[in-house]
Design a protein around this ligand. Structure first.
Ligand code: SD4
Length: 324
């Protein structure tokens, strides 16, 4: 028995789930309306400071946003990468889908497009993001994530080992060991309406202290999220620089099409990533269009929490899946 509609999203971002649920469950609005409202809620609340303004500043302290929406019925996609000075990234992604022939618009040009579409241009910097940049600079001798950068001779921290540093920084910064919760994370959301139409979306401020211009997996269709009517959908969170090389969301949906269960599809879609990058940290949520869902993760010691609501549930539920 199916129990639609369904809202499912990454992490314990239950306010977003609740917002989307209140819209899809009341009728009159589309799954896309609910998706954009749900993810916008996280952008407003700055979920874990990893969605929306004021988090994950790049090397020079600017917060930039990536987001996408995908409609499973039409295969239409709209997305933005490296969006600057606009808070509602998922709203702009939807405008790309609905008002242009394009799929992905990036950088300053995406900001200009957003302003044309009526979004407000404002700073995404906050005291928190300024503090984050200051602390990071204090502990780093030179810009992060580059090879062949000469260490600053006045400081005693060279020589720089960028690749290793990247993964260590990433995985340790993602988990607050005291409360056992991850504190850095993208929202990826999947919604199925009563007629089995599925939509998918993401919104994030990406990786901490990235090189300016870095775009992650979240706005890439098939990497950050994917949706196809009559099959299902998937959305990803984690190390996007790695994930976008494997298109895990597309992979998971193709595995559903081959007849695998959502759980099998989630696990199998992560497999090649783990084979090539054993220290990979990330997770996938997967649902088929009947509303059966599952998740899988790798590298999160306390497992991966995700948020769900359907008509069988009295309230939004957080489910935590242990990692493989
Ligand atoms: C990225 N996948 O930009 C995003 C980051 C993320 O939790 O999921 N953070 O790489």
């Amino acid at each position: 028995p199916v129990s639609l509609p369904l809202v499912i999203n990454t992490w314990g971002f239950t306010n977003a789930t609740q917002k989307a649920w209140s819209i899809i469950n009341n009728g009159g609005k589309t799954a896309m309306d609910a998706l954009v409202a749900g993810c916008t809620e996280c952008e407003i609340l700055q979920c874990d400071t990893t969605v929306g303004y004021g988090g994950s500043p790049d090397e020079i302290g600017e917060t930039t946003l990536d987001a996408m929406v995908m409609d499973g019925k039409t295969q239409d996609v709209g997305s933005v990468g490296d969006l600057r000075g606009i808070k509602n990234a998922i709203g702009v992604a939807r405008a790309v889908m609905e008002y242009t022939e394009h799929t992905l618009i990036v950088g300053e040009s995406a900001s200009k497009f957003a302003v044309e579409m009526g979004f407000t241009n404002e700073s995404l910097t906050t005291n928190t993001s300024i503090e984050m940049t200051k602390n990071w600079k204090k502990n780093n001798c030179q810009p992060n994530f580059r090879q062949n950068v000469t260490p600053d001779p006045k400081k005693s921290c060279g020589p720089y080992k960028p690749i290793q540093n990247l993964y260590n920084t990433y995985s340790s910064s993602r988990i607050d060991k005291n409360i056992g919760k991850t504190n850095h994370d993208t929202i990826g959301m999947l919604i199925i309406d009563n007629n089995n139409n599925i939509v998918a979306g993401t919104s994030t401020n990406g990786a901490n202290h990235k090189i300016p211009g870095r775009v992650g997996d979240s706005p890439i269709a098939g990497a950050g999220a994917y949706a196809r009517n009559k099959v299902g959908g998937a959305a990803a969170t984690g190390d996007g620089d790695i994930m976008m090389r494997f298109l895990p969301s597309f992979n998971a949906v193709m595995l559903l099409e081959l007849g695998y269960s959502p759980e099998q599809a989630a696990l199998k879609a992560l497999n090649p990533i783990i084979q090539f990058y054993p220290s990979f940290v990330g997770a996938l949520i997967v649902t088929n269009t009947n509303g059966s869902f599952a998740a899988a993760c790798h590298g999160l010691p306390n497992g991966f929490p995700y948020s769900v609501r359907n008509t069988d549930m009295k309230d939004v539920k957080i489910i935590t899946v242990p990692c493989v």
